[in-house]
Design a protein around this ligand. Structure first.
Ligand code: OSB
Ligand code: MG
Length: 369
């Protein structure tokens, strides 16, 4: 296909409750939506996972808009006939900016798969109609509040709970949740790089609570400390921020820095790179699961397609729309037990509701031909 025009739409949706992590507290989700139109009129949408702040990764709204308008769009527009499989390589001359690149790739995938009537899940090689999902629970002021929040999610049907932790909010909340809700709850923690190696005894104290995994305890560049920690604790170490490509995933696995990988297509530069990480991990018998970035229905639909691949054997951070927003940008995703349905329609299988989109839009920048 040949790209003719498009737009970058910044949307902002209030979260139903503030989401506190070791790096910041978010009260709303701001996202850049990439909308691309081909010369035959086919169009597609992609959601950029970057936030309005540079505290999880270095990308944020303003960098996505700038690199998108000034570099990514001109490269793709001027490339002539392209397929989604070309996008990653075409954009390689631009260093970094993986979240922005991933959103453009997703919009190209959506537009081209709509033309052929293929769903993203089928295109990627998905094998499941429904996927097991869990919920990521932010840090609370008190443990009582945490127990209320977790209890509410368990009542909703979620069977896997991820607790955000930080120094000073770790062993006690984990113990409290385990004691209150029992051994059958699938429980894991995410530190978002909030610890250092000197804290390893605190992390080792989590071992007795039978966690599925501890996610990204240390800074993203420090694979060595993750490998050293994995030697000292029983809880499996999972990496999120550190895994930026399939090559990096292989390196981390080979040096023993992780035994489980969180895959976020945005963090690794696209859904096709995400699939390569899935393939690398599967060959190494390393379980993977699909991470989340508080996406709207646009990004969530694509994550569900990714999570339908066979190596995604742990529940993903892909929750129902109501966990995030009073009103989503798309038709709401609703829980069935502890699962969500993988969209079956062409492309990502969803489109933004245009009234809702208009109500959430902060700015629109045209991508000219
Ligand atoms: O580390 O997984 C993370 C949200 C924003 C940034 C980083 C992370 C998260 C989540 C949210 O945990 C998971 C979700 O989208 O439900
Ligand atoms: Mg994480």
């Amino acid at each position: 296909m040949r790209l003719a025009s498009g737009e970058l739409v910044v949307v902002r949706l209030p979260l139903v409750r503030p989401f506190r992590t070791s790096f910041t507290t978010q009260e709303h989700r701001e996202a850049v939506l990439v909308h691309l139109v081909a010369d035959d009129g086919a169009d597609g949408w992609g959601e950029c996972v970057a936030s309005y702040h540079p505290f999880y990764s270095d990308e944020f709204t303003a960098t996505v808009l700038a690199v998108g308008e000034q570099f990514l769009w001109p490269i793709l527009r001027d490339a002539g006939q392209i397929t989604a499989a070309h996008v990653h390589e075409l954009l390689t001359p631009v260093r970094g900016h993986r979240m922005a690149k991933a959103a453009f790739e997703l919009a190209v995938l959506d537009a081209s798969l709509r033309t052929t009537g293929t769903s993203l899940a089928d295109h990627l090689g998905g094998v499941r109609k429904r996927v097991d999902v869990g919920v990521s629970v932010g840090i609370t002021d008190t443990i009582d509040q945490l127990l209320d929040v977790v209890g509410g999610y368990l009542d909703d049907g979620y069977q896997r709970i991820k607790l955000k932790i930080e120094p000073g909010f770790d062993v006690e909340p984990v113990r409290a949740v385990r004691d209150r809700f029992g051994p059958e709850v699938l429980l894991q923690v995410d530190a978002n790089a909030g610890y250092e190696m000197g804290d390893w005894r605190t992390l080792a104290a989590l071992d007795e609570h039978d966690l599925l995994l501890v996610e990204q305890p240390f800074p993203e560049d420090d694979l060595g400390s993750h490998a050293a920690l994995a030697e000292r604790i029983e809880t499996p170490v999972c990496l999120d921020e550190s895994i930026t490509s399939a090559a990096r995933a292989l390196e981390a696995i080979e040096m023993g820095a992780c035994s489980i990988v969180n895959i976020k297509a945005g963090r690794v530069g696209g859904f096709l790179e995400a699939r390569r990480i899935h393939d690398v991990c599967r060959a190494a018998r390393v379980p993977v699961w699909c991470g989340g970035m508080l996406e709207t229905g646009i990004g969530r639909a694509a994550n569900l397609a990714l999570a339908s691949l066979p190596g995604f054997t742990l529940p993903g951070d892909i929750s129902a729309s109501s966990r995030y927003f009073a009103t989503d940008l798309t038709d709401p995703f609703e829980l069935d037990g502890s699962t969500l349905a993988v969209p079956t329609g062409p492309g990502i299988g969803v489109t933004p509701d245009l009234d809702r989109l208009a109500a959430c839009t902060v700015s629109t920048a045209p991508l000219a031909d």
